[in-house]
Design a binder for this molecule. Structure first.
Ligand code: NDP
Length: 287
């Protein structure tokens, strides 16, 4: 039987409506909406699209948003000054500095400069550490969106074998922590894993975030598994530019019991979790 397609777009719409309603309540209670500042340095075309989509999502739910577009040549000091300005700004609850940043800027320093209570990307070392020790924190949006997807589709994690392919700081590593928090038994794979297909075949829940188009094939999937495809890759097919995931979707959907497609799966959930984090940060801010 073909898999249930996990519809990230529909889920994102539903959650954004919930956030919009909560924003109205926040506005009534505090006399201002939650506020998000988004900083973009340089002219990376994909980043420009991401920033535009984030601003649009903020408007949709009634947030106040500010976008600062700085030239590629911006110095690290000027960027730090701007982040510190928003750290002090009482109308701003969340700060996001779009990455990748230009090469002359040390991203780790910038992520550390953001006030950890306004760090809606969940990249500040304090938030990363708090996630590891199970304390309240802001969590990286993509893995948080995946947990929310699984929860809303009632896909159990407790006691299940979860395999995460990819160990990046923004997806793989926080994903491992969130799965542990849900009591899954977690295996993490990466580019040096010896038998990747064999590891993947053990997974009840397989989460792939490697950035390699259609790399995971049906023979790496246990029949009946849930597959979450984080990959966002652009390839040429029949003369057209198309977006594909890290999983060969057409064959995987014949063997999985549920699968999130790319596009239309994790992507819309990521921006939605940014909104959710901003609302959470705003609630902490007014306390
Ligand atoms: P990174 O490049 O930071 O990390 C890739 C990870 O994949 C690394 O841990 C790497 O291993 C591992 N890897 C690479 N090749 C292989 C391989 N052949 N076998 C096993 N593991 C491998 O990527 P990100 O985590 O930032 O992103 C991954 C994908 O997810 C990308 O396509 C990205 O565009 C997408 N993405 C989508 C988002 C969304 O909202 N939809 C958000 C964020 C990312 P090693 O550590 O050993 O090098």
């Amino acid at each position: 039987m073909p898999a249930t397609i996990i519809d990230g777009k529909a889920l994102a719409r539903q959650i954004r409506e919930e956030i919009r309603r909560d924003t109205e309540i926040f506005l009534r209670e505090h006399g201002r909406p939650p506020g998000l500042a988004v900083i973009l340095v340089g002219d990376d075309p994909a980043s420009k699209i991401y920033v535009r989509n984030k601003a649009r999502a903020c408007n949709e739910v009634g947030f106040f948003s500010r976008q600062e577009h700085l030239p590629e040549s911006t110095s690290q000091k000027d960027l730090i000054d701007l982040v510190e300005f928003f750290n002090r700004d009482n109308l701003i609850d969340g700060i996001l500095v779009q990455h990748p940043m230009p090469k002359h800027i040390d991203e780790a320093t910038i992520f550390r400069t953001v006030d950890s209570r306004k760090d809606v990307d969940g990249f500040h070392p304090l938030n990363v550490g708090n996630l590891c020790i199970g304390q309240e924190c802001l969590v990286s949006c993509t893995p948080m969106g995946i947990i929310e997807m699984l929860r809303r589709y009632e896909i159990p994690l407790l006691g299940k074998r979860a395999v995460v392919v990819g160990r990046s700081n923004i997806v793989g590593k926080p994903m491992i922590q969130l799965l542990l928090r849900e009591h899954a038994t977690v295996t993490v794979c990466h580019s040096r894993t010896v038998d990747l297909p064999g590891e993947c075949r053990n997974a009840d829940v397989l989460i792939v975030a490697i950035g390699k188009p259609e790399f995971v094939r049906a023979d790496s999937i246990k029949p009946g598994a849930t597959v979450i495809d984080v990959g966002t890759n652009f390839i040429k097919r029949n003369g057209k530019n198309v977006q594909v995931g890290d999983v060969a979707f057409e064959e995987a959907k014949e063997i999985a019991s549920a699968i999130s497609p790319s596009p239309g799966g994790v992507g819309p959930m990521t921006i939605t979790m940014l909104l959710s984090n901003t609302l959470q940060a705003a609630r902490w801010h007014v306390k």
